[in-house]
Design a protein around this ligand. Structure first.
Ligand code: NAD
Length: 461
């Protein structure tokens, strides 16, 4: 339902009543709702895949593996662990409060808002909702208007399968989101770009609402000459063009390698790209299109920048009517070119060259902290140095993007790439308050703590 058609305040009242009734706190309710998400995935796979095809011509395999399958795994993992996560955690107390016991009791935050983005519109919508429900909250989901087919499918299926007194989908664009942001929420979980992230943070500040901001950034990929070149090239391709044709928050944004090694890397990338997508990649069914003409024009502008003319070493073709851009490699673009200033979020990849591969680490650290950073090498000391010195939301050594699929790892940014993390237990924690509970005995009531504060009592300290 569009927020314009909904009385947002009436909806908030209904959600507050539901939450106050205590029903979302029960283990049984949480399990039923999580199982409903599983059923949505299992019974409506075709419908979801079709919506993703309409929105972004996402290849069926990517829709299945990157969206439906990951979501099912997240649901199953949560169902398996939920009882343990909900249990109070006994902790040690100190001699000062002897005798006593202490525990940390997780409690839901209340009524929460999830705002999601268009590029993985199914996964990025329901994955945070899993955390919100697991933690016992009532939740409103606002999917992206840039992927309207998936947004409509989400609204329909959540309405059919889930408890709509506590889980609601509100469709819409800026006016609807603005109306939602005016409300008082107990948490706002936003996925998207940093400019809107700042709008969300400002709106949240008014009510002292905690936020998670899952943003993006320019994720670097460092390739050392001591590497398995074929596997390196294939894994860069998988994380870049094999993820929505580069329209993924953790796709490699640019590569850093040594000047000597760059020609070898480019040759193998070209060879593997041709093998995967053919000699006419614009016609390949295995590459998503660019989501809309705004993003198409934005990417064309990056390529048309005077500073990068003559730097294309592979690809560069585009097809405006079908919103397709071919996998494109650029070599040694200037640091002050447009393409090195903003997140690319598309099928273009610049390769920067350095004299010494360790200079790559200094280069990364001279820029905003990215959502992900990747390193390909066999060199143990280089790996250690990279892990120790590179600050990013997450790191992967010798692969790209796969940390997202490990539910025991937190997924989130740092600095300009975001605030807060989720996935697995981190999702449960993102939507919980950890309540400190100290349980004292009436025994051991020490008189020294009470007035009058006599010199004798002072000497006891
Ligand atoms: P988008 O255009 O779908 O916008 C995201 C959400 O913000 C939408 O629901 C939209 O309705 C809302 N929105 C847009 N303008 C608004 C405004 N003025 N006020 C209030 N709400 C508004 O998505 P996008 O921002 O183009 O997404 C791409 C960005 O998101 C990239 O930077 C990418 O790296 C990042 N991203 C991050 C993650 C992650 O998990 N960290 C995942 C996907 C995308």
């Amino acid at each position: 339902m569009a927020a314009a058609m909904v009385d947002v305040e009436a909806m908030m009242k209904e959600l507050r009543v539901t939450y106050a009734s205590g029903k979302t706190r029960s283990y049984e309710w949480r399990v039923t709702q999580l199982k409903a998400i599983l059923k949505i995935c299992e019974h409506h796979e075709h419908e979801i895949v079709q919506a993703l095809k309409v929105d972004i011509s996402k290849p069926e395999l990517e829709s299945f593996v990157h969206e439906i399958s990951l979501l099912k795994e997240a649901c199953k993992f949560t169902l398996k662990q939920l009882k343990r996560w909900m249990a109070p955690e006994k902790v040690k107390t100190s001699i000062t409060v002897f005798p006593s016991s202490a525990e940390i009791v997780p409690e839901p935050l209340g009524v929460v808002l999830v705002i999601s983005a268009w590029n993985y519109p199914f996964l990025l919508s329901l994955d945070p909702v899993i955390g919100a429900i697991a933690a016992g909250n009532a939740v409103v989901l606002k999917p992206s208007e840039v992927s309207p087919a998936t947004s409509a499918v989400l609204a329909k299926l959540v309405g059919e399968y889930m408890d709509t007194t506590a889980v609601k989908v509100i469709e819409g664009a800026v006016p609807e989101t603005t109306a939602l942001l005016e409300q008082r929420w107990d948490k706002i979980f936003y996925t998207g770009n940093g400019k809107v992230g700042r709008i969300v943070l400002a709106a949240a500040a008014k009510h002292l609402t905690p936020v998670a901001l899952e943003l993006g950034g320019k994720s670097p990929t460092v390739v050392d000459s001591d590497t398995n070149l074929k596997v390196t090239a294939r894994r860069i391709i998988a994380g870049k063009w094999g993820c929505n044709n580069g329209q993924a928050c953790i796709s490699p944004d640019y590569i850093i390698t040594t000047a000597d090694f760059a020609p070898k890397l480019i040759d193998v990338l070209k060879y593997e790209l041709e093998k995967f997508y053919g000699k006419e990649p614009l016609k390949s069914p295995d590459l998503s299109r660019i989501v809309n003409s705004n993003h198409f024009n934005r990417l064309k502008q990056l390529l048309d920048d005077d500073k990068v003319s003559g730097k294309i070493v592979f690809g560069g073709q585009s097809d405006l009517p079908n919103l397709k851009i071919a996998p494109t490699i650029l070599l040694d673009v200037p640091e002050d070119s447009l393409i090195m200033k903003e997140e690319i979020f598309g099928p273009l990849i610049p390769i920067l060259t350095v004299d010494n591969i360790k200079d790559g680490i200094s280069f990364i650290n001279s820029r905003e902290k990215p959502l992900a950073a990747y390193l390909f090498t066999n060199d143990k000391s280089l790996k250690e140095e990279f892990i120790r010195n590179v600050s990013a939301g997450g790191l992967v050594i010798n692969d790209t993007a796969l940390h997202l699929a490990v539910p025991t790892l937190p997924f989130g940014g740092v600095g300009e790439s975001g605030i807060g993390a989720y996935h697995g237990k981190f999702s449960f924690d993102a939507f919980s308050h950890k309540k400190a509970v100290l349980n004292r005995s009436f025994l051991g009531d020490v008189g020294a703590r009470y007035p009058p504060y006599t010199p004798f009592k002072l000497r006891l300290l």
